[in-house]
Design a protein around this ligand. Structure first.
Ligand SMILES: NC(=O)c1ccc[n+]([C@@H]2O[C@H](COP(=O)([O-])OP(=O)(O)OC[C@H]3O[C@@H](n4cnc5c(N)ncnc54)[C@H](O)[C@@H]3O)[C@@H](O)[C@H]2O)c1
Length: 452
């Protein structure tokens, strides 16, 4: 941790504004991360402006609507009453005291980090930067992005010759920069957002301290680390830990199936150990914007250090083979009933990447649908969160949600996402054959069920 005393006038001014709740907070990227964050600051009485390039999102919010299932329009309207508004006009950034970037960080076709959203946002912010502003990057990325990519653009492209506050930079000329990773777990209501500790790594101690003051307003605990790169790596460690452990149970599930053991029963028993074990669960493959993507940010960066991240590569290999395993299990189950995938009617239950959420990104269901179609199956889907599945980053399915009736008309019903609204006993009763990738039919005994 840089030990420099925090005596900067700009820092003191910004901290005073934060304490008085008069600091204006600008959140760039009003998606699954940015919009809830903007609302949290608004709830704590900060004047908040949301920025997004998506004109439809901006219009929806300004009309008091919402496009995220778990955020009600009433939440948006309550924020509006407290002064929240959305805009696509970056000129308003000059009025902000804190600017928080929550833009996407996907992979390119070549499976490499796509930092174009971060660089485009940095280019757009720079002309409006002024001394004393705090800039926070929250998007998940490889260690070094804040210092090697974001800061150089902000310093080069601003109009006032401003520099990021580092030890030695004079106050009048400085803006503050930190990296602070988002730690949301969509659909998990067991931990209040406020109770999730917030990691902050500033370019220098002053930057860390203003960011700490800001985040303390909305989080009960802020964890300061010594640099943006440590904060960037912290987020990747958390996600790689999940990715590798999920791959481990996925592989053990495949072995258990072969050995005639129920991996779910094994995990239930193992998790009774009061130390040294955390349960992870197998499934049809990884989904979401984080776990399937973020680890590869690190493996890409590691190559610059002539280093192979073997755990990440192996986990990626195992996890991305899971949708193929599901399709093979469906084919085998049909074949045991003298049927073939070719021409079979198949209903996919659940296309969201996990239970009870409205997020399709990287969902294994999409890969499974595509693989089944390639084999000539007639595929439909049902998901209470999606009436229609159109074009995604990798898919263009153009499918409408099927009704959850006449399940007997399908040769096979495949449970890909175990939404809690489904009545699994009824599904098993009515379907001809059920392939269950999530142990959703636990406790139901029927020869129609194939657990895979
Ligand atoms: N979704 C999660 O659960 C989660 C959890 C932890 C971390 N993250 C990370 O947070 C970041 C954002 O993820 P998300 O899920 O909110 O993504 P998202 O796609 O839901 O939202 C991103 C938003 O940014 C907007 N945008 C894109 N370019 C822009 C620009 N130049 N200026 C303004 N707005 C722009 C998009 O229109 C979109 O509304 C990613 O780096 C992700 O890895 C996400």
């Amino acid at each position: 941790m840089p030990k420099q005393a925090s005596s900067s006038t700009l820092e003191k001014q910004l901290r005073a504004k934060i304490e008085a709740r008069s600091a204006r907070v600008g959140v760039i990227g009003l998606g699954y991360v940015g919009l809830p964050l903007a609302l949290l600051f608004s709830e704590e009485k900060f004047p908040v402006t949301g920025f997004d390039v998506d004109a439809q999102k901006v219009a929806t919010l300004n009309q008091g609507g919402s496009y995220i299932y778990r955020i009600a329009p009433t939440d948006i309207r309550a924020a509006q009453a407290r002064g929240f508004s959305a805009t696509a006009d970056y000129a308003h950034l000059a009025e902000m005291d804190a600017i928080i970037l929550c833009v996407p960080t996907p992979l390119t076709e070549a499976h490499e980090p796509d930092l174009s959203y971060i660089t485009a946002t940095a280019e757009a912010i720079a002309p409006h930067l002024r001394a004393g502003q705090l800039v926070v990057l929250e998007s998940t990325t490889y260690p070094g992005t804040t210092e090697e990519v974001l800061v150089p653009i902000l310093e080069k492209k601003n109009r006032g010759g401003l520099k990021a506050a580092r030890n030695g930079v004079t106050d009048e000329n400085a803006f503050f920069v930190v990296f602070s990773p988002e730690r949301e777990d969509p659909g998990n209501d067991t931990v209040a957002r406020r109770d999730i500790p917030k990691v902050v790594g500033g370019l220098d101690a002053r930057a860390s301290e203003v960011a700490e003051a800001l985040y303390r307003a909305i989080f009960n605990s802020v964890v300061l680390v010594s640099s943006p790169a440590v904060a960037e790596m912290t987020k990747l460690l958390e996600n790689i830990y999940r990715c590798v452990n999920i791959a481990l149970v996925n592989e053990l599930k495949l072995l258990s199936l072969r050995m005639g053991l129920d991996i779910w029963e094994v995990i239930e028993a193992a998790k009774t150990k009061p130390f040294g074990f955390q349960p992870f669960y197998p499934g049809p493959g990884l989904g979401g914007h984080c776990i399937p993507i973020d680890p590869f940010y690190l493996s890409w960066k590691a190559k610059q250090w002539d280093f192979d991240t073997r755990f990440i590569e192996l986990a990626g290999e195992i996890n991305s083979a899971m949708p193929h395993h599901v399709v093979a299990a469906v084919a085998q189950a049909l074949s045991q009933r003298q049927k073939s995938l070719q021409g079979a009617g198949i209903l996919i239950l659940g296309v969201a990447y996990k239970r009870d959420i409205d997020d399709l990104r990287e969902s294994p269901a999409l890969t499974i649908i595509e693989l089944l179609r390639k084999e000539g199956a007639q595929v439909r889907y049902h998901d209470p969160y999606f009436r229609f599945v159109g074009r995604g980053r990798k898919y263009n399915l153009q499918m409408e949600c099927a009704p959850l009736t006449e399940l007997g008309q399908y040769d096979c019903v495949v449970i890909v996402t175990d939404h809690s609204d489904y009545d699994y006993a009824r599904i098993v009763r009515e379907a001809q054959l059920v392939v269950d990738t999530r142990n959703a039919t636990k406790g139901i005994d029927s020869p129609k069920i194939v657990r895979c």
